[in-house]
Design a protein around this ligand. Structure first.
Ligand SMILES: *Cc1c(COP(=O)(O)O)cnc(C)c1O
Length: 223
């Protein structure tokens, strides 16, 4: 076997033990096999984050454990119908158009879809996410939709060499999160602030993240 399963188990255990109890670990599993995912689950991982609808569809069919599946990649509108059926949470909503499509498909499926708003804290044109100054208005618009519930905020932040350099972007996300939370909007219950990856999750937790998305620190370098 080419993958060191024991290493995956140990990495996931170590990170779960290190994280404060109020922080949810999302295992970012793009490109990983169902067996690798099961290994992380056996170590205690309860939330799986996938970037692509089709990959998630295949994997979800193969992974038998009862875990939560979160969409953490960019979602195209023509994949929403499938995504609503497949995922427990969509973390990457960044436009009203996308939210409205999710709302429509969720209504057809007879469910209320929990979503998170992705904020482009680094203002990077090539990345998804709503601009920081537009996040509140987007949440206000979405709060009128009956089959979507906003449960938090997600951000990537820019790529940094030094994890310390991402702190201002996480701080900005936290401010937006707290501001929206204080408004008590209908269909909005700001429970989760999802930020921090393998090299930045400690900084993210210090800045208020209660959900971190970790791939390489669990599974090793992407092949
Ligand atoms: C891949 C990915 C992660 C995890 O990145 P690592 O550096 O491998 O920990 C987190 N969030 C998103 C949206 C990702 O695509």
């Amino acid at each position: 076997m080419c993958v060191d399963m024991g290493r995956i188990y140990e990495n996931a255990r170590r990170i779960l033990e290190e994280l404060p109890p109020h922080v949810t670990l999302v295992a970012a599993t793009k490109g990983r096999s169902p067996e690798e995912v099961e290994e992380a689950i056996s170590a205690g991982v309860r939330v799986i984050g996938e970037n692509y609808v089709q990959e998630a569809e295949r994997k979800r069919a193969a992974v038998k454990s009862n875990v939560e599946w979160h969409m953490i990649g960019r979602l195209q509108r023509n994949k929403v119908k499938k995504a609503v059926r497949l995922f427990d949470v969509i973390q990457t909503v960044d436009s009203f158009k996308l939210a409205r499509e999710i709302d429509k498909r969720a209504r057809d499926a007879g469910k209320v879809m929990p979503v998170m708003i992705e904020v482009n804290t680094g203002r990077e044109p090539q990345k998804g996410g709503v601009m920081p100054e537009d996040a509140l208005n987007l949440v206000r618009e979405i709060s009128s939709l009956k089959n979507v519930e906003v449960i938090g905020l997600m951000t990537m932040g820019p790529y940094v060499e030094n994890p310390e350099d991402i702190r201002p972007y996480f701080r900005l996300a936290r401010e937006i999160f707290e501001n929206i939370r204080s408004l008590d909007l209908p269909n909005v219950d700001m429970r989760y602030l999802s930020m921090g990856m393998s090299s930045t999750y400690q900084v993210a937790v210090e800045e208020g993240a209660n959900m971190v998305r970790i791939g390489t620190a669990i599974f090793g370098p992407r092949r």
